[in-house]
Design a protein around this ligand. Structure first.
Ligand SMILES: Cc1cc2nc3c(=O)[nH]c(=O)nc-3n(C[C@H](O)[C@H](O)[C@H](O)COP(=O)(O)OP(=O)(O)OC[C@H]3O[C@@H](n4cnc5c(N)ncnc54)[C@H](O)[C@@H]3O)c2cc1C
Length: 645
């Protein structure tokens, strides 16, 4: 396929509300009366940026997630330059019962738990460095024609490999989310009835020719996995068309379809011990005897769940996740359907949970009262700091110093300094929950013990790109019979059509002529290096890549993958939002990279999350587990440590 120029890709074309400057989104939502400029959002002197007309971050396109302007203060702290250029904090004179640093699910849940225990009059301030609340639980909105499309810029769904605790389930129930009712919102038969199936896109750089082939065995972890039922002819199509060695095709069939004990003669415990110590890639080649092309095919299949390729995840984790090769070994995971799992997907993912928590804390900010009406309810950001509200949310505000007033053991108050619009302010509280990323804490809370700071610093996150592309129609997907595409050699390795969920008046796209949000994900890995090194380099890559570069990659990839179905990126792409998460998933311990997993004993997150005086520590990092339930559980513990539960 010939390389397309910028004009053919539509790079110069005006797309819906796309107007950015190296990733800095500068236009506002559909209802905006004027275009918001960066200075409006992160204004040097404007203490009321969120009150500006049209301030509506979910509708911003371009580079979102950790957007420009959100990390400068934290990075300056890290580099030791922050205090050189700012003066003494301006004392706001404000005094709270609790200050929460971090407005993600953990911070919001902490405020919720505290308020329940201390009463509705409890005065709480929540600080977050982003222009929107929810942390990784991020809402993206698009307007295409007369239709509003909603997508998830981070957390996809309520689900967890481990059962939700009573505490986490309690919050979900309090918010009114009936998890078991999910099937009634999901159009489960839409894909099958339209003969759309999962596909693999083999690219010529990796596999010598560009080819779209039926995926006979979609791996768990893809977003539409539960609807990703392989087509009836998928094996025949794959065996005839996949551009890999014939032996590799036979091996894939053997791996996925045969029940075989690949480690005969070992007890279940011995097998587990072996699987914990080798990667899935090594298991496939050295234990299961797969051809090298099988590794090339499946190298990136684990990226959405682990942020790593199969050479860096353990075979034990692969077995637990339900990857093929373990049936007949007693290590196979039982695949649960949506109906049986604790699973719920809102169109904006768990941003709906964040929005419902905000609504509980600051009712005026989001109208409505049910778990369904929240889907279309528009947040009023000007109300996050309403004067009469006991709970306040201050966005665009990075906590830069948290310290006790006096000795931690005897202090009655904590002082929190935060950077906002080029100035530093200070407020006080009786207690503080740090629900922010753990790597930040050593820089903002210097009085913590050194051992604890080291443990906090080790919680380096997993980088990810979650891209939403609003397309004017999906006729190309329909013509090609595809609903999800695994692209082992693609810039984004996974392309998923929206999960067809209609809820609270929001209707999913049912006809190919209608617009839809296509979700694409990428993990910036460096295969072959240790996990943390891969994450570090990937994080740098994400910080250093411009929106323009990513946009070109998206347009090229979609043109090549869907071109045969008539997709024209210049014509069919209405808007692009790239959610950049250099600090994405909480780092989860692996038997391959973290020896203490096999040895037992206190883990770094247990050391990191110890309370200190009037400061308690939450966030999903505190459980080293990248799921919503962990963020809630850790908030519960932290609030309890402050004597409120
Ligand atoms: C792309 C992605 C997809 C995911 N998908 C799922 C899923 O499908 N299901 C699931 O259960 N989990 C999922 N997770 C994990 C889940 O989102 C998290 O476990 C959970 O939302 C974390 O919440 P949190 O509040 O602990 O952290 P965060 O959401 O990261 O919130 C912490 C907030 O603190 C802010 N902060 C940091 N430093 C400061 C500072 N100095 N001052 C002020 N604020 C600060 C951060 O910017 C952030 O906004 C996903 C995560 C990512 C990244």
């Amino acid at each position: 396929m010939s390389k397309r120029d910028d004009r053919q890709l539509g790079m110069k074309r005006k797309i819906t509300r796309r107007d950015f400057l190296n990733g800095m989104a500068v236009t506002a939502g559909a209802g905006a009366t004027h275009a918001l400029m960066p200075r409006d959002l992160f204004a040097a002197d404007d203490a009321d940026a969120e009150k500006a007309g049209g301030y509506y971050p979910p509708a911003l396109t371009g580079l979102r997630g950790s957007h420009a302007g959100s990390f400068d203060a934290a990075h300056a702290l890290r580099d030791g330059t922050f205090w050189d250029s700012v003066g003494k904090p301006i004392d706001t004179g404000e005094s709270y019962d609790l200050i929460v640093v971090g407005g993600g699910i953990s911070g919001l849940a902490a405020a919720h738990f505290y308020r329940k225990a201390a009463g509705a009059g409890a005065r709480i301030l929540i600080l977050d460095n982003h222009d929107d609340f929810g942390g990784h639980a991020k809402r993206n909105e698009f307007r295409v024609g007369d239709r509003t499309l909603v997508g998830y810029g981070g957390t996809y769904s309520i689900e967890s490999p481990a059962p939700y605790s009573a505490v986490a389930k309690g919050v979900i129930e309090e918010l009114g989310i009936e998890v078991s009712s999910f099937p009634k919102y999901l159009d489960r038969d839409l894909y099958g009835s339209m003969r759309r199936v999962p596909k693999i896109f083999f690219d010529k750089e990796t596999f010598s020719s560009d080819r779209l082939v039926d995926d006979p065995w979609p791996f768990p972890g893809g977003e539409t996995y539960d609807l990703a039922v392989a087509g009836p002819d998928a094996w025949a199509h794959f065996m005839a068309e996949a551009p890999i060695a014939e032996q590799a095709r036979k091996d894939v069939s053997r791996l996925c379809r045969e029940k075989k004990d690949h480690l005969p003669g070992l007890s279940a415990e011995e097998q587990k011990a072996r699987l914990e110590r080798i990667s899935y890639a090594r298991f496939l080649t050295e234990v299961a005897g797969m051809h090298g092309d099988v590794i090339r095919l499946y190298q990136t299949v684990s990226q959405p769940l682990f942020g790593l390729g199969i050479e860096a995840i353990s075979a034990a984790d692969a077995a637990e996740t339900g990857y093929p090769g373990f049936s007949g070994m007693g290590a196979e995971a039982e695949a649960l359907s949506n109906e049986r799992r604790y699973f719920f997907h809102f169109p904006d993912g768990n941003a709906s949970i964040a929005r419902m928590l905000v609504r509980k804390l600051i009712p005026d900010a989001i109208a409505g009262n049910s778990a369904t009406d929240v889907v279309l309810a528009k947040a009023d950001y000007a109300k996050l700091e309403a004067s009469g509200s006991a709970v306040k949310m201050r966005l665009n505000s990075t906590a830069v110093r948290v310290k006790h007033v006096g000795d931690a053991a005897g202090a009655k108050e904590v002082e929190v300094a935060y950077a906002r619009g080029g100035k530093v302010y200070m407020a006080r509280a009786k207690g503080c929950v740090l629900a922010c990323w753990h790597v930040v804490i050593p820089y903002i809370c210097e009085e913590l013990p050194e051992k604890q700071k080291d443990a906090l610093a080790s919680a380096q996150k997993v980088p990810l790109l979650y891209t939403n592309v609003a397309i004017r129609n999906w006729t190309a997907f329909q013509k090609l019979g595809a609903n999800s595409i695994y692209a082992p050699g693609g810039y984004h390795t996974h392309v998923d059509m929206d999960l067809p969920v209609s809820i609270g008046g929001y209707e999913c796209s049912r006809k190919p002529e209608e617009p839809m949000v296509v979700h694409m994900s990428k993990s910036p890995c460096r295969a072959g290096r240790p996990a943390r090194e891969q994450h570090r380099l990937g994080r740098m890559e994400l910080f250093n890549t411009t929106f323009e570069t990513i946009e070109r990659k998206i347009r090229e990839q979609l043109a090549r993958t869907l071109g045969a179905g008539g997709f024209d990126p210049a014509r069919d792409i209405a808007a692009i939002t790239v959610n950049r998460w250099p600090h994405g998933y909480a780092y989860e311990y692996s038997s391959l990279w973290d020896p203490f997993v096999l040895e037992g004993g206190e883990t770094p997150c247990e050391v990191a999350r110890k309370p200190y005086g009037r400061i308690a520590i939450a966030n999903a990092d505190a459980g080293a587990y990248a799921y919503t339930d962990c963020a809630i559980d850790q908030a519960w513990r932290a609030v309890g440590e402050l004597g409120k539960s």
